[in-house]
Write a protein that binds this ligand. Sequence first.
Ligand SMILES: Nc1ncnc2c1ncn2[C@@H]1O[C@H](COP(=O)(O)OP(=O)(O)O)[C@@H](O)[C@H]1O
Ligand SMILES: [Mg+2]
Length: 357
Amino acid sequence: MSWIVLENVTKRFSNVVAVQSVSLQIEKQDFFTLLGPSGCGKTTTLRLIAGLEFPDEGRIYIAGRDVTMELPKHRNVAMVFQNYALYPHMTVRENIAYPLVVRKIPKDEVRKKVAFVAESLQISELLDRYPQQISGGQQQRVALARAVIQTPNVFLLDEPLSNLDAKLRIEARSFLKRLSMELGTSVVYVTHDQSEAMALSTKIAVMNQGRVLQVGTPREIYDKPINTFVASFIGNPPMNIIECYFDGSTCVLEGRRIDLSELSLVAFPRGKGFIGIRPENVLLDAKNGEIAGEVYVVEPLGFETIVTVKINSCSVKVLVFEDVPYKTGDKVFLRLRKDKLHVFDENGVRILRRDEL
Ligand SMILES: Nc1ncnc2c1ncn2[C@@H]1O[C@H](COP(=O)(O)OP(=O)(O)O)[C@@H](O)[C@H]1O
Ligand SMILES: [Mg+2]
């Protein structure tokens, strides 16, 4: 049995189904991320694992034990919330020590452990200050320190980096990944930020409207998204999804016919469907290509440049890694890398290639 198991878990709040028939299997060594837009049920799922909510249906197991109706204090979980919830009347030292003090751990041991986690989180010099006397980034580290001083069955982290500014967030992310490798137990992490999920996780569960759509490694989610929702939620910029019509193994895209016979799909949609292509897999050329368009805007980001190209009724984002000789209004041609093309049916479900069966 996996370390944490959710079996067909459903949670309703009056007429809102916050979590709908969710099943998950999380291993002890997993950094497992729940990823999805605001309101999709991530926090509720985390609170169900913590025991802060109880499911209407389904079972929850932690470390081989059915904990479905058990109180949080019997589950041995450590949780870090979005707003750090440090105790304002306690020093940093007292905040970090708190989980051990309530368990009546001997004072000597508490002192040693506080010193150790403070050292590893680089907050030793802050131990005698109060939360309001330190920065947001430092508060976040203190909240993490208070979690990691425990030896729980699982760490539950709900958007712990979201209150940090962009630069600090990237820094804290690297730190968190490194830290998680040393924790020795699973982390269940909630975020709506796909780049955070990609960077940190061993496994990602993409959620929408209370349901889990797909579970996989970051690579699987990126390369083999199950549908257009997952495809367009992941990547920066995300995958281009273009409506088109299928006629056998050719697809008609904005009036142009593209031959897809070499894709070796298990089947082709009939009639309406979608083509998906990531921005790094579209090539731009001034003279030749499959699809003619016009440059809408060019956004240089330093290392890479995003070029948005208008084709009749749709626009396609292209990621370019060398100098871009184009400007707004230029006529250009697009070529789609065939081996990187995804085909989705009318309902947005991705069609598998034969080698994926
Ligand atoms: N205590 C609650 N009472 C009523 N509705 C709630 C409660 N908690 C969450 N919800 C609703 O459940 C849905 C999922 O919420 P939540 O799990 O917080 O989503 P997320 O964390 O992905 O943003 C939302 O529609 C939200 O409004
Ligand atoms: Mg939330």
